[in-house]
Design a protein around this ligand. Structure first.
Ligand code: PLP
Length: 360
């Protein structure tokens, strides 16, 4: 389609900074073309251990870490290491669709825990509690959230931690958007008392460093679980590609200002989109607290999110994702990704406004 503006896929439009690419290329020329240890490049693990310990206040040793093929690789390795056939995994809905596939591939059963627009899609502790059964093994948390932009606050994290601690559930805390929090500091459930023993934290270089194609992520978790996760990574992929791990090391080591500027740019774009959506009667939208997504309620215009998205694409050449793709709780909403420049975003919002107003 000519002249289509895609606010669809969650992929930063920024390229990997040249400093990262140059360092990775130099390392490749120096011989980083071989297998890396299954757990990860030792230098990368050492640096992560220091940085993550400083960030969380926890003692994260190299033995608590594993490098993975993106956050996706961490997610699948964690679920395969943890689940027995029939185990239930609680996932607040709407959720990143890959979660469901990974749970099924690992032999588990997805149990969605609905959230609603009225609460800004915040998971309510009482809803989580009600969804727990004798078969519940794990909970997947994703804050900042894809698709809703919700960020779990300290109080909610305390309450959720209490529930999962009492029931000894394993938490997979997907924190791939942790550098895109617009107000205050990012907080993780892993820092709550006792939670380091039952939480696997998933991080990724993809969005943080504009490195989606390099396929590097990492996870940290308790000593009792990590050897099993490393085994899965080992047999599934042997190791993460060596050049990618060197690039990750370069990105983590360098002056962070290009990445801070990127995160600020996402914040500005989200602000712009939110402001424009406020001006469109019939559309409701919470101001996202993080990520680069907005999840407006479009149900007054058209209650069928797929139909809305298809008509918008056909009539105005703007691509958004139907909320139903993220589970039943997402129906009536669409996901808009702020992954193009501000000028294009304004143009996309002009088109959306025309689309929304056409019958009025
Ligand atoms: N988790 C969430 C919530 C995501 O949105 C994504 C990608 O869109 C991922 C994990 C996986 O990203 P990657 O494997 O590139 O790190």
């Amino acid at each position: 389609m000519d002249d289509c503006i895609s606010l669809g896929i969650g992929e930063p439009d920024f390229d990997t900074p040249p400093d990262v690419i140059n360092q990775a290329m130099q390392d490749v020329l120096q011989g980083y073309t071989h297998y890396a240890p299954a757990q990860g490049d030792p230098e990368l693990l050492r640096l992560l251990s220091r940085q993550l310990s400083r960030e969380t206040g926890l003692d994260i040793l190299e033995s608590n870490l594993v490098a993975t093929p993106g956050g996706m690789g961490a997610l699948s390795a964690a679920l395969q290491a943890v689940l027995e056939p029939g185990d239930e995994v609680l996932i607040p809905e709407p959720y990143f669709p890959a979660y469901k596939a990974h749970v099924i591939m690992a032999g588990g059963t997805v149990v969605p825990v609905p959230t609603t627009f009225d609460t800004g899609f915040t998971l309510r502790p009482q809803d989580l509690e009600q969804a727990v059964t004798a078969k519940t093994k794990a909970l997947i948390l994703n804050s900042p959230n894809n698709p809703t932009g919700n960020v779990l606050d300290a109080e909610t994290l305390d309450a959720l931690a209490e529930i999962v601690r009492d029931r000894q559930l394993i938490v997979l805390s997907d924190e791939v958007y942790d550098r895109m929090v617009f107000e205050g500091r990012f907080e993780s459930i892993v820092t709550r008392p006792g939670m380091a023993e039952q939480t696997v934290v998933i991080k990724s270089c993809s969005k943080t460093f504009a490195m989606t194609g390099w396929r590097v992520g990492y996870a940290f978790g308790p000593e009792w679980l990590m050897p099993q996760m490393i085994k899965v990574v080992n047999y599934a992929t042997t190791c993460v590609n060596s050049p990618g791990q060197r690039a990750a090391l370069a990105a983590l080591r360098m002056d962070q200002s290009p990445f801070i500027a990127m995160a600020e740019s996402f914040q500005r774009r989200v602000g712009l989109l939110w402001k424009r959506l406020q001006e469109m009667p019939g559309i409701l939208c919470h101001r996202p607290a993080g990520s680069f997504y907005l999840f407006p309620d479009i149900s007054k215009v058209n209650p069928d999110s797929k139909d809305f998205a298809l008509s918008l694409l056909e009539e105005e050449k703007v691509l958004v994702i139907p909320g139903a793709a993220f589970g039943q709780s997402g129906e009536g909403c669409v996901r808009i990704a702020g992954t193009v420049g501000e000028e294009k975003l304004e143009k996309a919002m002009d088109r959306l406004q025309r689309f929304v107003h056409k019958d009025q």
